[in-house]
Design a protein around this ligand. Sequence first.
Ligand SMILES: Nc1ncnc2c1ncn2[C@@H]1O[C@H](COP(=O)(O)OP(=O)(O)OP(=O)(O)O)[C@@H](O)[C@H]1O
Ligand SMILES: [Mg+2]
Length: 383
Amino acid sequence: MTTEHGGDVRLTGISKSYGSFTAVHPLDLTVPEGSFFALLGASGCGKTTTLRMIAGLEEPTTGTVVLGDQDVTALPPYKRPVNTVFQSYALFPHLDIFENVAFGLRRRGIRSVKKQVGEMLDLVQLGDLARRKPHQLSGGQQQRVALARALINHPRVLLLDEPLGALDLKLRRQMQLELKRIQTEVGITFVHVTHDQEEAMTMADTVAVMNGGRVEQLGAPADLYEHPRTTFVANFLGTSNLIAGSVTAREGEDLVVAAAGEVLRLPAARCPDGLAPGGRLLVGIRPEKVSLAHAEDAADLPAGRNRVAGTVTATSFIGVSTQYRISGPAGPDLEVYVQNVERDTRLAPGAPVVLHWNPAHAFGLDAAGDGAEAGTGPTEEAA
Ligand SMILES: Nc1ncnc2c1ncn2[C@@H]1O[C@H](COP(=O)(O)OP(=O)(O)OP(=O)(O)O)[C@@H](O)[C@H]1O
Ligand SMILES: [Mg+2]
């Protein structure tokens, strides 16, 4: 079907209040047809509520839900071209896998289901297990049955609410790739709710980061990671070192910033608009983009790098890399991740060090952001 807006999901001014508590503030969101869209955020930020309003399971306080060219705001769930897969798979225990998947077709009075069910089971790679009962399957296999059962109805949109929450880490990773493969193969719009940033980044074309009932930032995973616009996003998606400073000058494409007793540079294009000399900001730099040198070698560092001094307070060796925690004028808990190629054994707790990085890799955030001062933000802990 081709219409002006295709099969997009469009939320306009949609909000949900429970008494005086607002779970979702008025929200405008378009999910392009055929895309894999993730709603990412901490517990209680309003992800499920948003999903339930799309499904029709929750009545919005304000706003409209449009699917394709149809305003479905007033439609009950079963009249919407939408299916939902929840964290608890809720398979029918007394029916075998084949009949679980066939259920939606049979309910619509379709008699010859064999071909369609067979194709669907192949899609989720369970063709061999068609005659087993749900309790004879692993968690990941049950999850795939739930998915097949939803997809066989050919919904225009599939809503997934933490569908992988019950699986162990290894199976989760495997299912993430599996889900992505299936979505690409069937081309249906997926709206996936998760609080796991790695999960959202692995699977989604577009991620909306929610915080306190609002979407803080929306974009492609790499774009969000490289260009976070708020301290929340900078620390919810991975870890960021945030160093408080003030702009002293603009030189060409760069802002020059006084921070931690040093002069730092960063591209003006990677900073909030309208920052002039005197303006305050947080200079952000990701831990893997920082290099570490022992203070004895500081004189040998290449020119043109941003540098700040500190002392190693903790190290953790995690195989592929070593994670260093450093305290200094720039912050009490700076993080640096160093690839495990040639370990400098001098970089032990107590060692004086210099952190240095390419100015092009830094980003700037509004200093009035949510309470972060120097150092890493409040929400993220390195393992
Ligand atoms: N029926 C209700 N009455 C009152 N408050 C509610 C109701 N349903 C949800 N809330 C509140 O709305 C907020 C958002 O809830 P929601 O379930 O959307 O969060 P979530 O982002 O899905 O969280 P989680 O990751 O824990 O599932 C929460 O603070 C929750 O307590
Ligand atoms: Mg939820």
